[in-house]
Write a protein that binds this ligand. Sequence first.
Ligand code: HEC
Ligand code: HEC
Ligand code: HEC
Ligand code: HEC
Ligand code: HEC
Length: 247
Amino acid sequence: MPFFLIVLLLSFCAYMPDNIAIAAQKNSCIECHKDLPSGSYTGHKFSDYTGSVHERNGIRCEACHGGDPMSADKTTAHTGVFRSSNPRSSIYFKNLPQMCGKCHGEELVNFSRSRHYAELKTSGRGPSCVTCHGSMGTFILTSDRIREFCTVCHNNQRGILPNVPKEVANVLSMMELTNTLVSWSEEFVTEAQKAKKETSESEKQLAIARNTIKHAKLTWHTFRMEDVTKKINDAYSAAKKARESIR
Ligand code: HEC
Ligand code: HEC
Ligand code: HEC
Ligand code: HEC
Ligand code: HEC
């Protein structure tokens, strides 16, 4: 969040009368759903939400499902809330990229350039945001698990690019490795700064590494693996240089 927004929010909260501040926190979806039996599918979804990256960042149920969180009555609260099997629902498979993309616009722009997106919009099949992140964005599919989701279509019987699962698993594990290397280089440079070493070149390389890995992640959503691989390699070299340039 940009700094000026934080300042704005803080000053807003400071002047807000207590009763409004409390009303703003009350959310009927949460109040009611948290008490639903945990064995039911609705209860299960609540436990998914608890502790998720979205909960921690103040994203509430209505941001994804719609509805009226100010109403304690179930029917009124559920206005505009539909099951995932209903094409009118914001969480209907075909509508998911747009829904998640309200907030993750750059991932959506990249994803909408992919062949999968076209496939999703026509046949309603193929990977969507929730395949790799779950509905609450709590996980990111890892290289050792991604294959099982892709071999459904990418296999010899169906003949749709059968080598793809192996290739993408390799690219993803390179991305994971590079992520780790960038973090290590960050620590290295911080230590070197503390020790008053010359780090200007390292800082420059580190900035390149961070920026390039960020773009590699966005590009991943286009499924153009050559483009992703190139960015990962560039990020890797920059992170390596960042460590080597410490004098
Ligand atoms: C007073 C209790 C209550 C409130 C308030 C409430 N829900 Fe529900 N919700 C339920 C129950 C119970 C179900 C299970 C299905 C049913 O009985 O309609 C449910 C089902 C759902 C479903 C599954 C779809 C469906 O129709 O079965 C979603 C999604 C949902 N609620 C989201 C929300 C959101 C978002 C809000 C707030 C804007 C909200 N709920 C507010 C009790 C509530
Ligand atoms: C970041 C977006 C997001 C948030 C926040 C979120 N959900 Fe969901 N929820 C989804 C998605 C997407 C699905 C569909 C799951 C799928 O297809 O994998 C879903 C599924 C559900 C379902 C099952 C409905 C069905 O028809 O399959 C219920 C019930 C539900 N959510 C309730 C809630 C409640 C209650 C909250 C708040 C405590 C909440 N959700 C917060 C995105 C969200
Ligand atoms: C109302 C806004 C909003 C919606 C809608 C939303 N998100 Fe998020 N999401 C956020 C915020 C805010 C964060 C935490 C800050 C960040 O990392 O960008 C986040 C974080 C994430 C992360 C983790 C990023 C990280 O840095 O670890 C993933 C993955 C994610 N969301 C996926 C999804 C998916 C998939 C959907 C749709 C089912 C979705 N989001 C819908 C706002 C939203
Ligand atoms: C085939 C799997 C796949 C699909 C489909 C997918 N993603 Fe991702 N997403 C990833 C991977 C892999 C990363 C990079 C994770 C990492 O290493 O941090 C990522 C990163 C992200 C991040 C940033 C996390 C971070 O650490 O910066 C967000 C937000 C996100 N995706 C949202 C979405 C949204 C929204 C959609 C749908 C429009 C989507 N993703 C579709 C695999 C996928
Ligand atoms: C429902 C079927 C389906 C599933 C599941 C599926 N794909 Fe695909 N994929 C396709 C189709 C169809 C194409 C286009 C093939 C063509 O153009 O010959 C494609 C193409 C691709 C391409 C090549 C894209 C390009 O532009 O060169 C990649 C990479 C890919 N998929 C990755 C994945 C990954 C990763 C997963 C698992 C997370 C996955 N696919 C799951 C159907 C699927």
